[in-house]
Design a protein. Structure first.
Length: 188
């Protein structure tokens, strides 16, 4: 073992409070590498010199565990609040959707303006209606004229046992527009 290696091994002891021997002090003053190493060790040891433990380790451990438990409780409280807020928001949206549905004015179906069910300002049928009727908005019937709607209603009144409700033999008598309308209705 060289003198530099021996001096390097002793540096932590000397930094902790032990002293240099005369031979070690002489080597330290003559060797630039050992002097630089000693400077680093001495400065490093001085870093913790001002630190003193104010509390005992068990007290620190208790404080840390208490803060962790407190953080978990706070997280549970926050997640409970969030769950409740989501539930209230969902319930409010259901109530709002129901309210909008109940208070939305119903439009009369196209082509049936005169036959539409009378509505109050609330959009619901009035109490003066003698017969309750069901109003359905069927998009396929929007383009039909009053005569075509009447013809359709007359054909719907026929019992199914009488046979066909549409007479295919009259297809040759249709105009171009009527034939196109029939084809569009079959396409869906």
């Amino acid at each position: 073992m060289t003198a530099c290696e021996r001096l390097s091994d002793r540096m932590p002891e000397v930094a902790a409070g032990a002293g240099w021997s005369a031979l070690e002090a002489a080597h330290l003053s003559d060797c630039a590498d050992c002097a630089a190493e000693w400077d680093v060790v001495r400065r490093t040891a001085a870093l913790g010199a001002g630190f003193t433990m104010r509390q005992e380790p068990p007290a620190i451990a208790r404080a840390v565990l208490d803060r962790v438990a407190e953080a978990k409780c706070a997280e549970r409280r926050r997640s409970g609040i969030v769950r409740r807020a989501v539930g209230v928001a969902a319930a409010a949206s259901v109530v709002l959707a129901a309210w909008v549905t109940l208070h939305r004015p119903h439009a009369a179906p196209a082509g049936r303006g005169a036959n539409a069910v009378p509505m109050a300002s609330t959009g619901r049928p009035t109490a003066s209606d003698s017969a309750a009727t069901l109003t359905l908005d069927i998009a396929e019937l929007d383009g039909l004229s009053t005569a075509e709607l009447t013809d359709l209603l007359d054909r719907m009144d026929l019992p199914l046992s009488t046979g066909r409700t549409v007479d295919p033999s009259g297809a040759g008598d249709l105009t171009h527009d009527e034939l196109e309308r029939v084809l569009r209705s079959l396409e869906g």
